[in-house]
Design a protein. Structure first.
Length: 225
């Protein structure tokens, strides 16, 4: 297909070696080696020319970059219902953190109540990256204007042995500490997250410029040895 030709024309073999190491759970043979800014431009062009429908239904894709391209195309969809439909079609095929984390759309923030219903459905999934995506949506859209403390409890209650879910929980709580410090602090002080998630949350918070030195000093007390 034409888009595959474009992807291979933009491959960077040194970047392929580097990027493959960051995504160890996927087969290196499926990585072409196309940088994200290039993929975004290709997605933008496909969407603007309305030349993407055939690509979106050609699941499963063979290459990692095809999956990321798929995410970037969905991110351009402006209609909420169509965006959700495409996300739900695609999520079962998402097999790595990179593809999951570039899946997004400004259309989602327009209807927070409807999005929250979808998030609750995604959280019930047995698919690792569907759950990761749901947590990321809570982090992206429900830690500021739409924040309620009960959303912290939802994430706190998630129990999983999956590394990519635990790391998303850590990212969520580190971001919550930056945006809703007083509300989220008690979850860290309780020390009821598993050791890996607790310590990664604290490390991410300590690395953040949005958290004060005094707050960082306090958080250090709750590392699990």
């Amino acid at each position: 297909m034409e888009y595959n030709k474009i992807l291979f024309e933009n491959r960077d073999l040194r970047y392929r070696e580097f990027n493959s190491k960051l995504i160890p759970n996927i087969n290196k043979d499926t990585v072409i080696g196309v940088r994200s800014p290039v993929l975004r431009e290709i997605a933008k062009g496909m969407y603007k020319s309305n030349n993407y429908s055939e690509f979106l239904v050609s699941l499963p894709h063979k290459y990692f970059e095809e999956n990321n391209l798929h995410s970037y195309i969905i991110s351009h969809i402006k209609d909420y219902d169509e965006c959700i439909r495409q996300i739900n079609l695609f999520l079962p095929f998402v097999d790595n953190w990179s593809t999951c984390d570039c899946l997004n759309s400004d259309a989602l923030k327009k209807y927070p109540d409807k999005l929250l219903e979808q998030i609750n459905l995604w959280l019930k999934s047995e698919h690792t990256f569907t759950v990761r995506f749901a947590i990321r949506m809570l982090m992206k859209y429900f830690l500021e204007d739409n924040f309620k403390e009960e959303y912290l409890q939802i994430v706190f209650n998630i129990k999983s042995d999956e590394y990519y879910i635990k790391m998303m929980i850590a990212w969520y709580f580190a971001t919550a500490l930056a945006k809703q410090y007083e509300s989220s602090l008690k979850y860290i002080e309780s020390m009821q997250l598993d050791k890996e998630t607790q310590n990664m949350t604290i490390q991410k918070a300590i690395d953040s410029f949005r958290i004060s030195e005094k707050q960082k000093q306090h958080l250090r007390k709750f590392r699990i040895r």
